[in-house]
Design a protein around this ligand. Structure first.
Ligand code: SAM
Length: 251
């Protein structure tokens, strides 16, 4: 079994198991951050620098197959348009066109993504698919005005090696996740996360134009709270127990 996350995209197609019908939790989290995102765009985005040649470029890293990514793109576009109207400089007389780059792993179901995207004129942007790991560059230097990613950075580039090594102190023997019960396991995941985040942020820093913005949304734990103490940790540990039982039954 591969320990690389690249082998496991979200469920494809449109049936009841598809990500399309199983992503309302992520949608709720994205919606709860809309106001903050809007404020951030209004306060921090430098429109003078970023709307060169009349094309405004947005990228969603780890977009999956929708529909959340479409809501994200439209919400960012609406906010940029409002900001532009409010600032109403000479530049805002030139109609702005939008281009949205949809990035995910090459194994993602891009066919479903593009088949289910809103139709124009409801869709106010030109779409581009960008297959490739966001743990590295996937777009040209200085090409993006706003980058967005939601519910993605917990997908590490790989399971830390020592977590799967029976001889290591960090062997995560009875669990399928880092639930913070074992200190060595927590440390191993932390080291991998720091490495991955550095690569992720370095790549985005090159891809964004100066004055652009990167929006990162995901689930975090307050300091001092362990995952096993939360309902999310509890649910994952229960699923883990079931998987362990299933694996033992076929030995
Ligand atoms: C839980 S989904 C989130 C989808 C969407 N952003 C949302 O909020 O609904 C996580 C997505 O991240 C993608 N992903 C994970 N690791 C990735 C990587 N290294 N490069 C690009 N995409 C990745 C997965 O394929 C998956 O589609």
């Amino acid at each position: 079994m591969s320990t690389s996350s690249h082998m496991y995209p979200m469920s494809s197609g449109h049936d009841q198991h598809s990500y399309i019908h199983n992503s309302s939790y992520q949608k709720a989290a994205i919606s709860s951050a809309v106001e903050k995102t809007r404020r951030c765009i209004f306060e921090k985005l430098d429109l003078q620098l970023s709307s060169d040649f009349g094309t405004f470029r947005i990228a969603d890293f780890g977009c999956s197959i929708g529909p959340n990514t479409f809501h994200v793109a439209q919400s960012i576009i609406d906010t940029v348009k409002s900001k532009r109207l409010e600032e109403s400089t000479e530049n805002s007389l030139v109609p702005l066109e939008f281009q949205v780059f949809f990035n995910d792993q090459p194994t993602n179901d891009f066919n479903t993504l593009f088949r289910t995207q809103p139709l124009s004129p409801e869709r106010e942007y030109f779409s581009v698919g960008v297959p490739g790991s966001f743990y590295g560059r996937v777009l040209p230097r200085n090409s993006i005005h706003i980058g967005h990613t939601s519910y993605t950075t917990h997908w590490l580039s790989k399971v830390p090696d020592n977590v799967c090594d029976k001889k290591s102190m960090a062997w995560n023997k009875n669990y399928i996740q880092c639930n913070n019960l074992l200190e060595e396991v927590t440390k191993a995941y932390k080291v991998q996360f720091i490495k991955d985040m550095e690569i992720f942020l370095d790549a985005r820093a090159e891809e964004l134009v100066p004055g652009g913005l990167m929006i990162v949304i995901g689930e975090c734990l307050p300091d001092g709270v362990s995952l096993y103490e939360t309902w999310q940790g509890y649910v994952m540990d229960t699923i883990g127990d079931c998987l362990m039982d299933m694996a033992k039954s076929v030995r």
